[in-house]
Design a protein around this ligand. Sequence first.
Ligand SMILES: [Zn+2]
Length: 159
Amino acid sequence: MNVRCEHCGAFRWKVENKALCCANGQVTLPPLPRTPSLLMKLLSGTDLKAKRFRVKIRAQNNALAFASLGVNEEILPPGVYCFKIHGEVHHSIVPLMPDPTVNQRPKFAQIYIYDTDNEIENRTQWNDGLDQEILSDLQRLLHVVNPFVKVGKTKQKPF
Ligand SMILES: [Zn+2]
């Protein structure tokens, strides 16, 4: 990828269509917001906390997700890790309330709305081995910066 778009600066392969990135300058996107300092420290820091974060980054992402990803994953022979999907990709969104008939604890989006006093406990029950301090920091960050969390917090509690 060594051909740079004269309009947006994106890199592309020599054989790719010139208009693939920004339609020859017809599309301009606003700049991305700055990465929150907590997340930047965790992503690029060299301290033990940052290293622990990066080791379990996918599990922490899953613990804070609003929905789960549904795919038919193709299992490949051993080698370099590759997440290969066969067929459709879809998101599974749970009902806003846990099922009371099976005494189920909240998960995914339910955690942001239901039993918010126990968010960390509810998250870790589905994701073993996560650092609670890191998870708590990330959760507080989401409560500040994520507009969907804010919407969930404005709803009246069900009980
Ligand atoms: Zn471009």
